[in-house]
Design a protein. Structure first.
Ligand code: GDP
Ligand code: ZN
Length: 457
């Protein structure tokens, strides 16, 4: 809007602090070209052309390098942008930045270039966040996902949801405005069917976003089970080194042991927890309480079962108490350990109710490859190009909020046939989705998002 026309010109060092072959100063705003000209001398900078120039300020030569001018609106920020590529030393870059500030530029806040790109409609909010995610990516998959978000793949899915939601809102609101037709509209089943379709579409986007969020932040895996099942041995086998103490004494792992491991570029935070059993020992009880906390917060729970014990146990007794306490049984994988000692029976597998089972020996390493593949699969991790997109917790919350409003609206329609209430719920669902792309945003939220970026971005 109008405010954007009167922005000041900002400047920042765009390359990482420290020494390197090249260092870049970036300027954006109405006076970027003028300031760059003062530093570079020798006439106008031609748009999108590399100019090899001396950089000076107040008669003093600072450096020599390349100047690039990107006129708005076809620039990253949508404003006039200049990049000065000098030598990558902190003193030189500091002098160049101060030259720009001395000429009248203002030091940019963290993320301010991206914020301007957003405010000038060059990218939406999810794309701006994807830039930060791309730079901060901790794995190849996370970087690929961020790139997909930056290209607008996540935003397109949100927009498609918003579009379908808008159609439905128009239909519902029109029916409210013409009450004599409302009876038909409630009875014809179209609205109920559209709501169903919308929820289905939303669930798909949500599942994909959840996978994306896990790749971005690393999947949290909790190893749980009875004492002596082989939890610590499994952690060591996955980590490829002796991280946890393995003993024949039950109750050895009393606190939580964490390891960060990387399976083909997929980040995993693995935690070995205290063995779950009834114990009179206070210290052990505390360990078990912590284990439960870890289990509830995990993205994936590996329940390790001793195959020898499992054979002699009534299989139905082996884990129902456990699954009953899990907030989300879908996160559970049964790991049948010590298969080097026993032929586990198929009978056991018949009682798992769709819970995936992986048979391994932490001692010999048998089955570990399948377990790794399984974890990759759980995470939606694939070497293939399809993959997911980068998503943050904020996005997941907005999607969940939208889902709750649509579900509530559908319930209103079923129970009371209340068109007005449904219309209001749909409006709020749309608002929740709008927060993802930034179609609807509070200044406070923008400050929080861009404030976490680094300077010069
Ligand atoms: P935790 O209490 O669940 O952490 O179990 P540990 O990892 O400490 O292992 C308990 C005992 O089982 C140790 O003596 C291990 O050497 C043994 N153990 C663990 N995994 C295997 C396995 O796959 N095969 C065999 N034969 N023994 C195992
Ligand atoms: Zn242990």
């Amino acid at each position: 809007p109008e405010q954007n026309l009167h922005r000041d010109t900002i400047a920042a060092v765009a390359t990482a602090p420290g020494r390197g072959g090249i260092g870049v100063i970036r300027l954006s705003g109405p006076q970027a070209r003028e300031f760059a000209r003062a530093i570079c001398g020798e006439g106008e900078l031609q748009p999108r052309r590399a100019h090899y120039r001396n950089f000076h300020h107040r008669g003093q030569l600072i450096d020599q390098g390349i100047a690039l001018f990107f006129p708005g609106p076809h620039s990253f920020t949508g404003e006039d942008v200049v990049e000065l590529q000098g030598h990558g030393g902190p003193v030189i870059l500091d002098q160049l930045l101060h030259a720009a500030i001395d000429l009248g530029a203002r030091q940019a806040r963290p993320g301010e270039f991206s914020e301007r790109a957003f405010l000038n409609d060059k990218i939406d909010l999810a794309q701006a966040e994807a830039i930060a995610d791309l730079i901060e990516a901790g794995s190849a998959q996370a970087a690929r996902n961020a790139m997909r978000s930056l290209q607008g793949i996540f935003s397109e899915k949100i927009e498609s949801l918003v579009e379908n939601l808008t159609h439905l809102r128009i239909y519902v609101e029109a029916s409210i405005d013409f009450p004599e037709e409302e009876i038909d509209f409630l009875a014809d089943g179209k609205v109920a069917a559209d709501l169903d379709a919308l929820l289905h579409q939303l669930a798909q986007v949500e599942a994909e976003a959840r996978r994306g969020s896990v790749v971005r932040e690393g999947m949290r895996v909790a190893i749980a089970g009875r004492p002596n099942a082989g939890k610590s041995s499994l952690l060591n086998a996955l980590a490829g080194r002796e991280a946890a103490i393995v003993t024949e004494l039950a109750g050895t792992t009393r606190d939580i042991l964490r390891e960060y491991i990387d399976i083909e570029g997929m980040p995993l935070h693995i935690a070995d927890t205290a063995g779950l059993r009834d114990s009179p020992d206070r210290v052990e009880q505390i360990g078990i309480a912590r284990a439960w906390e870890e289990i509830r917060g995990a993205d994936r729970v590996l329940l390790v079962v001793d195959a020898e014990r499992a054979n002699s146990l009534d299989p139905e007794q082996a884990w129902p108490e456990f699954t009953a306490q899990l907030p989300d049984p879908e996160k559970l994988t049964l790991v049948l350990n010590k298969i080097d000692l026993t032929d586990y029976t198929a009978g056991l597998l018949a009682h798992t109710d769709g819970v995936p089972v992986i048979a391994i020996s932490a001692r010999t390493g048998a089955g570990l490859e399948s377990l790794r593949d399984h974890l990759k699969h759980c995470m939606g991790y694939s070497g293939a190009a399809e993959g997911s997109f980068s998503a943050r917790r904020r996005h997941l919350e907005a999607l969940a909020e939208a889902r709750a409003f649509i579900q509530q609206g559908a319930a209103q329609l079923r129970s009371a046939g209340a068109g007005e209430l449904l219309a209001e719920d749909l409006r709020r669902a749309q608002q929740a989705l709008g927060e993802i792309t930034g179609a609807v945003t509070a200044d406070e939220l923008l400050g929080k998002i861009f404030g976490s970026f680094c300077i010069g971005k």
